[in-house]
Design a protein around this ligand. Structure first.
Ligand code: B16
Ligand code: MG
Length: 218
């Protein structure tokens, strides 16, 4: 069976994607263009720096030096942090707590595999730190999803080989990362977007360990 469960943060455990989007939209307006929700999918799961590059590309902004880029990323992050500091435990997505509790009860290992440098702040705010044996976030990796680094490091720190691990992800780039890490991948969201996943569910609601293993014929 599966011995390690690895969770993405934004979009799987909590809907911080809406806060990222609002902060990027504010930055786009500051730069003189609009940023529509349908283009937001491209920013999900990737690092802050990469997300900024994609946003600048959407706005058709080219001539910009590394210091200016850093300043813009910092500005976006300061707005984003205003949102997350106001977050409450009621914002934990449906099904997350029962599922984490079931894993804990069966002493299955749990890791976080997030691109976010704000992951620990968010888990703290939501009182979720105690559920995770291992936390791999944007401060611990150098290569952003779809590179498998974040999930491979999580497996290594859990002392498990990748084929014993399963990843829960809401982003296309994250599913790609999980598959190239040699892990099972469960998409949380739309099957049209997450077609590379082994299984796709709309949320973690009603998901159990048995239902996952059965669906994967394990
Ligand atoms: P930060 P995840 C990712 O988190 C987000 O999906 C992505 O939109 C964001 O750009 C990235 O974290 C970096 O976040 O600016 O907080 O370091 O989905 O991998 O948990
Ligand atoms: Mg995500």
């Amino acid at each position: 069976g599966i011995e390690g469960y690895i969770f993405d943060l934004d979009g799987v455990i909590v809907d911080t994607a809406k806060y990222h989007y609002s902060a990027w939209k504010k930055l786009a307006h500051r730069l003189g263009f609009d940023f529509q929700e349908d283009e937001n999918e491209r920013l999900k799961g990737v690092s802050r720096t990469r997300a900024l590059e994609i946003l600048l590309d959407i706005g058709g902004i080219k001539a910009i030096n590394p210091e200016e880029k850093r300043a813009l990323a910092d500005l976006k992050n300061s707005w984003y942090q205003e949102y997350i500091l106001r977050m409450e435990t009621s914002e934990i997505l449906p099904g997350v707590l029962p599922f984490l509790r079931e894993l804990r009860k069966r002493t299955i290992k749990i890791a976080l595999g997030s691109a976010s440098k704000n992951a620990v702040t968010i888990l703290d705010k939501l009182n979720l730190m105690a559920y995770f044996d291992v936390i791999v976030d944007g401060n611990k990796v150098t290569k952003a999803k779809p590179d498998p680094e974040v999930f491979l490091l999580a497996a290594k720190l859990l002392n498990l080989s990748p084929e014993k691990c399963i990843v829960f992800e809401d982003a296309f780039s994250g599913i790609e990362a999980a598959k190239s890490a040699g892990m099972y991948a469960v998409g949380i969201g739309s099957p049209q977007v997450l077609y590379q996943a082994d299984l796709v569910f709309p949320s973690l609601e009603k998901i159990t360990i048995d239902s996952i293993e059965k669906a994967l014929s394990l």
